[in-house]
Design a protein around this ligand. Structure first.
Ligand code: 0GY
Length: 299
């Protein structure tokens, strides 16, 4: 057994989130969250860039029920590298209420991919954020994406806004559904009608296989909690322009939040500000994630 000590500057998840005022629609999916360890059972990867607190599946189910979500999509966090066991264990103990997005090595065998699929994984995450992972050659991602396509998986991409121009053609050429984490991390001090976010909107307009998560006001905001006012115009823009290609999630347990730890109840209260109608809320929280992660339960 290895005992891990979380990084000294690490903030653990909120111990007692407030009850949201916003009532989630029935069947809402938290489509971006993680589990960490526990490290004693599911050791963190040697190549990780941070050592988090434990954030086990039981705590995630507690939060799901408290906030009023019905299901979770658990996204493999970089602290577990390509070892997806903590995520798969959570899915296996979710009574069918969780599915996953894995991180896989380009060298993964077809058998191991099929096993992840049987475990409830429906996508792979390609992470291009330099502080989180070491870069790999582009062709490895292209080859891997082509292998995921027959499984019906999608690819989740995570990158910083400043890197989109350089990778625009590569991302546009990926032969699968793409889901962009956190709207491509816009600099929200810039104009939502300016060139930086304009490039991201163009990316979504030109590629109708591209979805995005209107997530992480706590990560993007400079104006701060609990309102995160500066993120609203960006998130509302994508929800209104691409209502059939947006997802939402808490991002619990909020890795690498150094400035503050968000209150998850307040994050739920952010939803009606970016999705102001019941129709937009239902698509964002129910229809879209169900189509992507539980297609067998949708028409
Ligand atoms: C997020 C964001 C971050 C971390 C990770 O897998 C991860 O380690 O995704 C981040 O540090 O911005 O989506 O959880």
């Amino acid at each position: 057994m290895t005992t891990f000590r979380m990084d000294p500057d690490w903030l653990p998840f909120h111990p007692s989130p407030s009850r949201p005022s916003f009532r989630l629609p029935t069947g809402a999916v938290d489509a971006h969250c993680h589990v960490f360890g526990p490290g004693d059972s599911f050791p963190f990867a040697p190549e990780r860039k941070y050592t988090p607190c434990d954030a086990p599946k039981e705590k995630l189910w507690e939060l799901r029920d408290f906030l009023g979500f019905s299901r979770n999509v658990i996204v493999q966090a970089t602290c577990h590298g390509h070892d997806n066991r903590a995520m798969c264990d959570a899915i296996a103990h979710s009574n069918g209420k969780a599915r996953g997005v894995a991180s896989v090595s380009p060298a993964i065998s077809d058998e191991d991919l099929a096993e992840l699929d049987r475990s409830g994984v429906r996508g792979a995450r390609f992470n291009f954020v330099k502080r989180l992972v070491d870069a790999r050659p582009q062709h490895e991602y292209e080859t891997l994406a082509a292998r995921l396509s027959p499984l019906g998986w999608h690819v989740v991409i995570y990158f910083e806004a400043a890197d989109l121009a350089e990778r625009y053609d590569f991302f546009s050429g990926l032969p699968v559904t793409i889901v962009v984490d956190h709207m491509g991390r816009p600099d929200v001090t810039k104009d939502p009608d300016g060139p930086e976010f304009g490039l991201f909107l163009r990316f979504m307009r030109e590629n109708d296989n591209v979805w995005c998560k209107a997530t992480c006001p706590e990560r993007l905001s400079k104006s701060g909690p609990p309102e995160y006012d500066d993120v609203v115009p960006f998130a509302r823009r994508v929800v209104e322009e691409f209502p059939e290609r947006v997802l939402w999630g808490t991002d619990w347990p909020h890795p690498n939040m150094k400035s503050h730890m968000p209150d998850d109840g307040k994050l739920v209260d952010f939803i009606p500000r970016i999705a102001p109608t019941r129709d937009l809320q239902h698509r964002l929280l129910v229809d879209n994630p169900m189509r992507l992660y539980w297609p067998e339960e949708t028409d």
